[in-house]
Design a binder for this molecule. Structure first.
Ligand code: SAH
Ligand code: SF4
Length: 349
């Protein structure tokens, strides 16, 4: 569906019956194009070391309270074996951003190891930040086929309100990385945080139009959760309430589903921080991907991008059975043992 900016802003401001009608329409649209299957990416939170200083994130390099770790190769391989055992068809490696060669070679090595121990069966999504074209190519050759790099805000102005103004944080570079990923043939995903300080419905409508214009195959959007050890905490009383941030996230997902019926859309874990049913609510609003955590719990509690992360003390096993049950209750089914590629990507090939 082609929506103009004014239509999008109107839908994002809907309340009551109109809001419910939007969510219902998005669910029907998803069921029509993608069926009731929910794709899984087992999340491996590889490392909390980060060279960037994003003003919203607990892993920013200036946060001296953050505990820094990197998993060993063996830890990562064990996560992959766990994914196989739980019949997840796919894993996602996420971490703080680094660009040194030891790091970029390590990610390539880990991709090869995951492919080796799974006999090529596990799909690999990476979310390891901005890199050169050469590194993105190296990682693709090592076996990664999907990449998530959120633009965070498609408004240059807002981007620089939530990132420092320095060479390390460039809006143009972020866009150019997304373009490179698309050109290299990755199934490419982007996204934004919702409910940021200074963010308006106009910004959010522009974000949705940006995703469509870029022609990405995947989108991950989630509510902003203020972190007390970051500069943006200062504004935590001036942003919408947690419930309103979640509602706005659900409406963003619903509108985007109508605009881009075939893309893969992630229900962010941050939804669950706000409401225990938040993850399922996003599935009912049009999302079709969930990233259950595979990280051992010792690491989980240190990977604090935002506070009050859910399920930090659960095992991967507990996450798997809880998820299966919760999704069945919403009339959805988990797609096991498959990569779950984006139909927007495969049908464009
Ligand atoms: N370093 C990589 C991947 C890890 S961060 C990167 O930045 O791309 C993954 C995502 O977490 C970010 O894209 C951001 O959108 C989200 N995030 C960071 N801080 C957050 C917060 N306080 N609330 C909600 N989401 C946050
Ligand atoms: Fe680092 Fe990513 Fe957090 Fe920015 S959002 S500080 S790049 S982990």
């Amino acid at each position: 569906m082609n929506l103009e900016k004014e239509d999008i802003v109107r839908l994002l401001s809907s309340t009551g019956d109109e809001e419910q009608a939007l969510l219902d329409k998005a669910l029907s649209c998803k069921l029509e194009h993608l069926d009731n299957k929910v794709h899984l990416r087992g999340l491996i939170e590889y490392s909390s070391r980060c060279s960037k200083d994003c003003l919203y994130c607990g892993l920013r390099r200036s946060n001296s309270h953050a505990t820094r770790y990197a998993m060993t190769d063996e830890d990562v391989v064990n996560c992959a074996l766990q994914a196989m055992e739980l019949h997840y068809g796919s894993v996602a490696i996420q971490c703080g951003e680094r660009s040194d060669k030891a790091f970029t070679d390590k990610i390539a090595h880990l991709c090869r190891e995951i492919k080796r121990v799974s006999d090529g069966k596990l799909g690999i999504t990476l979310s390891c930040g901005e890199q050169t074209e050469e590194v993105y190519r190296q990682w693709k050759e090592a076996g990664a086929h999907r990449y998530l790099l959120r633009i965070e805000s498609s408004s240059r102005d807002l981007y620089y309100k939530i990132h420092p103004h320095d060479d390390c944080h460039s809006f143009e570079r972020r866009i150019s990385c997304i373009e490179t990923l698309l050109r290299l043939g990755y199934q490419t995903g982007t996204g934004v945080m919702i409910g940021l300080p200074f963010q308006t419905l106009d910004h959010l409508a522009d974000d949705l139009l940006f995703f469509k214009r870029m022609g990405v195959a995947m989108v991950g959007m989630g509510p902003f959760i203020p972190h007390p050890d970051t500069p943006l905490w200062e504004y935590h009383n001036q942003i919408p309430s947690p419930e309103d941030r979640l509602r706005l996230t659900l409406k963003m997902i619903a509108v985007l589903r109508l605009m881009m019926p075939k893309i893969n859309m992630v229900s962010a874990t941050a939804n669950q921080t706000i409401n225990p049913r938040g993850r399922e609510q996003a599935i009912l609003a049009g999302a079709n991907v969930i990233m259950p955590n595979l990280s051992p719990s010792d690491y989980r509690k240190e990977y604090l991008i935002y506070p009050d992360k859910p399920c930090v003390s659960d095992t991967a096993q507990q996450c798997a059975s809880c998820l299966d049950l919760k999704l069945k209750l919403t009339g959805h089914e988990v797609l096991y043992d498959e990569w779950g590629d984006s139909l927007a990507f495969t049908s464009a090939q």
